[in-house]
Design a protein around this ligand. Structure first.
Ligand SMILES: O=C(O)C(=O)C[C@]1(C(=O)O)C=C[C@@H](O)C=C1
Length: 314
């Protein structure tokens, strides 16, 4: 919306000057952000509106873990309502598309409230030079659809782990797929005695039982980009420490001493040599984080900031 249209809008709706000025500021901010291709930074109900306005001005290509109707597709569509969505077969393909500039952004699952971090995403963040710029949190509802007396159930490993009870109760052999929407494709191909665990959207057309997850389930989806952000309410640090007593304690000291709150700590095998690990830490990124990171370099053998971002509900 340009200034002329805003005038028309204010005339029509009889809005006062204050609102008009606010709108003008909002739209100039949106134009600025669109120029640099930046998705929303703020929380709350305004976030999707801003996301939509920003992406209308620059239609970004968004790689995501597909195909269509996967949970990651839902997240990507909500985060980039005007985006040009590019389905990928794996999380590493999403990273490759962004790194090679075939896509502007990538959307990948990062962590689930029941099942924890997504290993492949963490490994990719550790080995690629890409940054998390936004984290979208989405409620996950899982559904089961059946044909006959199921002997197999198709699903994604992370989804199966969020609905262990329902999957066990079915007593079927679990066959893993790259995503829940791919599981639905397998289910469609099978003639009888099979089941699928997927999203309500992916199973819209068939009879299904929903809400089979083990407890309240939320997944946070990371938006990754080549350019990182200078600020944001959270940050992810990935680092390795020497294998000596007290090394992790010392590495975390600079964060603790500045009163920076840690919201996640997780260790992952480096895959370089057996029993060798790196740590993934998410912190509330307040003042002093830059200094803390500088100081941590003294106690770590590798350290990178894998992005600063806000968490928004989608
Ligand atoms: O299989 C999908 O639909 C996905 O988008 C992947 C994925 C995941 O890897 O965590 C995303 C969200 C849910 O937590 C379950 C599966």
């Amino acid at each position: 919306m340009g200034p002329v249209e805003i005038n028309k809008y204010t005339l029509l709706h009889g809005l006062n000057g204050g609102v008009y000025e606010l709108e003008e500021r909002l739209y100039s901010l949106l134009n600025e952000r669109a120029k640099f291709n930046v998705p929303p930074l703020i929380n709350g109900v305004l976030a999707p509106i801003i996301a939509s306005e920003v992406s209308k001005r620059h239609k970004p290509v968004v790689a995501y873990l597909g195909p269509e109707k996967s949970f990651t597709w839902e997240a990507a569509a909500a985060l980039f309502p005007q985006g040009d969505l590019m389905p990928c077969k794996s999380i590493s393909e999403v990273f490759d598309k962004v790194e090679s500039r075939a896509a502007d952004y990538g959307v990948v699952p990062f962590i689930n409230s029941l099942e924890g971090p997504v290993g492949e995403t963490i490994d990719m963040l550790a080995t690629h030079n890409l940054n998390i710029v936004t984290m979208g949190e989405m409620r996950i509802t899982l559904c089961i659809a059946k044909k006959g007396a199921p002997r197999v159930i198709y699903t994604h490993p992370h989804a199966a782990a969020q609905a262990r009870r329902a999957v066990a109760a079915l007593g079927a052999h679990v066959v893993y797929t790259n995503s829940t929407s791919e599981a639905v494709k397998e289910f469609e191909k099978c003639e009888r005695d099979c089941a699928v665990l997927a999203s309500p959207k992916a199973l819209e057309a068939v009879e299904r039982t929903c809400g089979v997850e083990d407890g309240e389930s939320y997944t946070r989806f990371a938006v990754i980009s080549r350019a990182g952000r200078e600020s944001g309410e959270r940050a992810v640090l990935i680092f390795a420490v020497p294998n000596v007593a007290g090394a992790l304690y010392k590495a975390l000291g600079p964060i603790a001493n500045r009163g920076i709150n840690m919201t996640l700590i997780y260790s992952r095998p480096t895959r370089l040599s057996p029993w060798d690990y790196y740590f993934v830490v998410e912190v509330e990124a307040g003042e002093g984080l830059d200094d803390a990171v500088e100081e941590m370099k003294r106690y770590t053998t590798m350290l990178k900031v894998a992005g600063r971002y806000n968490v928004i509900r989608i």
